[in-house]
Design a binder for this molecule. Structure first.
Ligand code: NAD
Ligand code: G3P
Length: 401
């Protein structure tokens, strides 16, 4: 019998992390029978200076740096990563990772993928054993010559079940409550299924990495005095009138589509910045999708479901990422200005990250180690352009070799 409620923590507070904290906090208020209203949001603490033209400028403080967490909690706005959006007052910014996850039964991971290893190291042993996770991270972890999905890496490292959320989602648009869709891959572990006869299934979760290695995580069931964590509850946590959720079983397709489209978005930006137009760009998108599906089928053949590419996490994300997202916008700018992408990230992004840069490097090092990089000419071209070994003008030739 449910007596407890789920406590929710969002780990990460960038552009997307803060947006997801906002929509989730709206839902914990609306479904206060299932969730504690307060949503903890872990913030990578830093100092910010509030400019004098900001409504939050305090002459008594002036240009003195202030802690980002204090500013968020005082003004209910993430002035650095999601400015001009008012957050619900039940979002509480917390600079202590261990304190933010304490007693939370639902953990939402939402930060650039390069930081997830360090985050998991810090919270391991400090979370509830029956916590359940959702990763909103678009990327992969590449270690020991293998590629692992972020949600599976989280699940395996922390000993919990973790699903994946990904879609054609531009944070600022969703923060402004402009309608869009997303895809959530979540397979309720058998031990959490509260069937009518009360029989639980096995409490072991299997993870398969790109090398075919299967690891097993022993799961602790969500106790009966909490509401169940199934599709219905996950949907209630994320769905908003402006954010439609589609639940699917394919964590591989959702995760890989979200990670690899960032490489293709860079290619589209480079192409457009070089003066080519929509016809070139759609060729790049099509080839990028071919390489994405090839990658998924080659390294995760047992689990990939091609229908997933027709979900928001698939073609929709490819299209939006190659027409209006940051990886596209700033690679276009780099090509137009004739400067490196690293330089643009440093000077123009104000702390935000272009996930395509590290994903390209990681994926290419993995493909090279397997000796199959020539089967991925678009990914290889993007790596060469980032490194300065190829020119954007070489793209048609690189794709025809
Ligand atoms: N922004 C979007 O529109 C959007 C939409 C969908 C998915 N995503 C994905 O969401 C994930 C998170 O991206 P985002 O847009 O919220 O981030 P962001 O690029 O806006 O911000 C970077 C974040 O990294 C944090 N950070 C910096 N150094 C750190 C460290 N050493 N350890 C931990 N954190 C550190 C910063 O404080 C900041 O919160 C990414 O995988 C991204 O691809 C983003
Ligand atoms: O702004 P980007 O390039 O990180 O992409 C944002 C989202 O992933 C688009 O769906």
């Amino acid at each position: 019998m449910a007596g407890r409620k789920h406590r929710v923590t969002v780990i990460g507070s960038g552009n997307w992390g803060t947006t997801v904290a906002k929509l989730v906090a709206e839902n914990t208020r609306e479904h206060s029978d299932l969730f504690e209203e307060e949503v903890q949001m872990w913030v990578y603490e830093e100092n910010v200076v509030i400019p004098s033209d900001s409504p939050h400028y305090d002459p008594a403080v002036g240009d003195a740096p202030q802690k980002l967490t204090s500013v968020i909690n005082k003004y209910h706005e993430n002035v650095k990563y999601l400015p001009k959006i008012t957050l619900p007052t039940n979002v509480v910014a917390n600079p202590s990772l261990v304190d933010a996850v304490k007693d939370s039964s639902i953990l939402i991971f939402n930060l650039p993928h390069e930081f997830i290893g360090n985050i998991c190291k810090q919270i391991k042993g400090h979370i509830l054993p029956f916590a359940r996770g959702i990763s909103c991270i678009k990327g992969v972890t590449v270690t020991d010559d293998k590629v692992e999905l972020i949600c599976e890496y989280i699940g395996e490292t922390l000993g919990i079940y973790c699903g994946a959320l990904s879609g054609a989602n531009i944070a600022n648009e969703i923060a402004n409550e402009l309608w869009c869709e997303t895809t959530i891959a979540y397979n309720t572990p058998p031990c959490d299924r509260r069937s009518s006869n009360g029989a639980d299934g096995p409490d072991v979760e299997k993870h398969r990495d790109s090398s075919g290695r299967v690891s097993k995580t022993k799961l602790t069931p969500v106790p009966d005095d909490y509401p169940p964590v199934d599709h219905e509850e996950i949907r209630k946590l994320f769905q908003r009138p402006y954010f439609s959720v589609s639940m699917v079983p394919d964590v591989v397709g959702v995760s890989l589509a979200g990670a690899l489209k960032n490489i293709v978005a860079l290619a589209c930006g480079f192409t457009e910045g070089n003066g080519w137009n929509a016809t070139a760009k759609t060729a790049v998108m099509r080839r990028g999708m071919v390489e994405t599906i090839r990658f998924a089928q080659e390294f995760f053949p047992e689990s990939i479901q091609l229908m997933t590419f027709w979900e928001s996490a698939g073609w929709s994300d490819m299209i939006v990422s190659c027409t209006s997202a940051r990886n596209w916008r700033y690679s276009k700018m780099a090509a137009e200005r004739g400067v490196s992408l690293h330089e643009i990230e440093r000077t123009e992004l104000n702390g935000q990250k272009l996930q395509g840069i590290s994903t390209t490097k990681e994926v290419m090092s993995f493909l090279r180690a397997r000796g199959v990089e020539s089967q991925y000419p678009l990914f290889k071209a993007v790596e060469g352009i980032i490194d300065g070994t190829f020119k954007v003008e070489d793209v048609p030739k690189l794709l025809s070799d």
